[in-house]
Design a protein around this ligand. Structure first.
Ligand SMILES: *Cc1c(COP(=O)(O)O)cnc(C)c1O
Length: 402
C-alpha cells in the first residue's frame, strides 16, 4: 500500500489552536482580565423555535410505524428541495428540483465536489481565503494559483486572462474579508469562466447577510452562470445550523464538460458515497423556509448585524480602514500603524482582553489585517469596541498607532 503523500503538503492548521494557546497562557497569568471573544466563526444564537418544534415533531414521526422514515433519497427530500427552489425563485433564479442537492453542509460538498474533476486541473483561489479550498486541493495534488485580494482591489480580485485556471473559487460575501462582489464584477468572472471553459465554485454560505438589494445573493442571478457555476449554500450561518448540519448545493443541468453533465456525475457520486441528511434535520431545515421560520431567522441576523454596526461605527470613528460588516458578519480591518496581525492580536489580548483572528492565518495577503466577527453578544461587542477606542486613542507617546 502507498499512502496519499499529497497529505505531506498540507500545512499544520495551527491558527485557532495557536489563538487558544495564547489566550490560555494570558489567562493563567492574568486571571482577573475578562476575555471578550470576537474571533470565532461560529454562531452564538440558538436555533429558532420553528426549527426546534419541527424537529420535535419529526422525532415523533420517526417513532410511529405509519410516519417512520428509513433510508431517504440521498439528494434530499422533495419537501425541503421545493422550499429551496421557491427561495431561489424569489431572486428570479429558476431551478429544477433535480438541480438541488441537500447535504450536511457546505464544507463537505466543497471538498467532495472535487471527485468530479481531473487532478491535472489548475485551481484559482483568492488569498486570503477560507482554508478548506486550499487543503482539499492539496490533498488531491492539484496545482493552485492564488489571486491576490488586497486593499487595492477592495479584497475582491477580478479575472486576469493571462492567468489560466480550470477551477475557480469565489466566496461572496467573503470569509474572512466580508467583501461582497457586485453584479458587474461577478459578470466578469462568469465571462472569464465561459471563455476559458472553467468551472466556478461559488460559496454563498453568507448570502442571507446581504441587505443591499443590488448585490447578487446567488451566482445564478448572472446570465450564463448556469453554464459554468456550481453554488454551495448552508444553513449554518443563516439559521444557526453549525451543530445541526444542513446545507445545499446547486448543480445546473446545463453544466457540461468533456461531454459529461456534472449534474449526473454529482447525483451518481452522492448516491454512491453520501448517506443523505436525516429526516429530522431536513424537517428542521424545512422550517427555516416557512413564514415563521423566516421571521425568526431575520431577527437573529438583525442581532448579528447590530454587532457588526457597533464594530464598523467604532472603526469609522477611529479612522481605521476595513471591508465587510454591512452585508456580512465579518469585519476585516487594517492593523493600525502597519503592525503585523499577530502583533496586533497580542496587543489587543494583553491590553484590553479582546480576542480576534490574525489575518495572516488566512494567507499572505492577510499579514497586516485582522478579522473581527459579529458572532458575539451586543453587550460584549459594545464593551470590546469601547476598550479598543480607549486603547487606540491613548496618546501617551508610547501608543503611537497612527
Ligand atoms: C461557515 C462557512 C461555510 C459553511 O460550512 P458548513 O459546512 O455548512 O457549516 C462554508 N463556507 C465558508 C466560507 C464558511 O465560512
Amino acid at each position: 500500500m502507498r499512502a496519499n503523500i499529497n497529505y505531506n503538503h498540507l500545512k499544520e492548521s495551527y491558527l485557532f489552536s495557536e489563538i487558544a494557546r495564547r489566550v490560555s497562557n494570558f489567562s493563567k497569568i492574568h486571571p482577573e482580565t475578562e476575555i471578550i471573544r470576537m474571533g470565532i466563526g461560529d454562531v452564538t444564537l440558538p436555533l429558532c423555535s420553528s426549527v426546534v418544534e419541527a424537529m420535535k415533531q419529526a422525532a415523533e414521526d420517526m417513532g410511529k410505524a405509519d410516519s417512520f422514515h428509513g433510508y431517504g433519497p440521498e439528494q434530499g427530500y422533495d419537501f425541503l428541495r421545493e422550499r429551496i427552489q421557491a427561495y431561489y425563485a424569489e431572486n428570479d433564479v429558476a431551478l429544477e428540483l433535480s438541480e438541488i442537492f441537500v447535504s450536511d453542509g457546505a464544507k463537505s460538498d466543497l471538498g467532495n465536489i472535487l471527485d468530479l474533476f481531473d487532478k491535472e486541473n489548475t485551481v484559482l483561489i483568492p488569498d486570503p481565503v477560507y482554508p478548506v479550498y486550499v487543503d482539499t486541493n492539496l490533498m488531491d495534488g492539484r496545482k493552485i494559483i492564488f489571486a491576490d485580494a488586497n486593499e487595492n482591489n477592495g479584497f475582491l480580485p477580478l479575472p486576469d486572462d493571462s492567468v489560466l485556471a480550470d477551477i475557480i473559487y469565489i466566496c461572496s460575501p467573503n470569509n474572512p474579508t466580508g467583501a461582497v462582489y457586485n453584479r458587474e464584477q461577478l459578470k466578469l468572472w462568469v465571462e472569464y469562466a465561459l471563455r476559458n471553459h472553467a468551472v466556478i465554485l461559488f460559496d454563498a454560505a453568507y448570502e442571507s447577510f446581504i441587505v443591499d438589494k443590488d448585490l447578487p445573493r446567488s451566482i445564478f442571478e448572472i446570465d450564463g452562470a448556469k453554464k459554468c457555476a456550481i453554488e454551495f449554500c448552508s444553513l449554518s450561518k443563516t439559521a444557526g445550523f453549525t451543530g445541526t448540519r444542513c446545507g445545499y448545493t446547486v448543480v445546473p443541468q446545463t453544466l457540461e464538460f468533456d461531454g459529461i453533465q456534472l449534474n449526473h456525475m454529482w447525483l451518481r457520486r452522492q448516491t454512491t458515497k453520501f448517506n443523505g441528511v436525516s429526516y429530522i434535520v431536513q424537517k428542521g431545515a424545512e422550517a427555516v423556509f416557512t413564514k415563521d421560520g423566516r421571521e425568526q431567522i431575520k431577527e437573529n441576523i438583525a442581532y448579528y448585524r447590530k454587532n457588526a454596526k457597533i464594530i464598523t461605527s467604532a472603526l469609522d470613528k477611529l479612522g481605521i480602514w476595513y471591508t465587510g460588516g454591512k452585508n456580512s458578519p465579518y469585519i476585516w480591518l487594517r492593523c493600525p500603524n502597519g503592525m503585523d496581525s499577530w502583533t496586533f492580536f497580542d496587543m489587543l489580548l494583553s491590553e484590553i482582553g479582546v480576542v480576534g483572528t490574525p489575518g495572516a492565518g488566512f494567507g499572505k495577503n492577510g499579514e497586516k489585517f485582522f478579522r473581527l466577527t459579529a458572532f458575539s453578544t451586543n453587550e460584549n461587542t459594545a464593551k470590546a469596541m469601547e476598550k479598543l477606542r480607549l486603547l487606540l486613542e491613548k496618546d501617551d507617546g508610547y501608543h503611537q498607532f497612527f
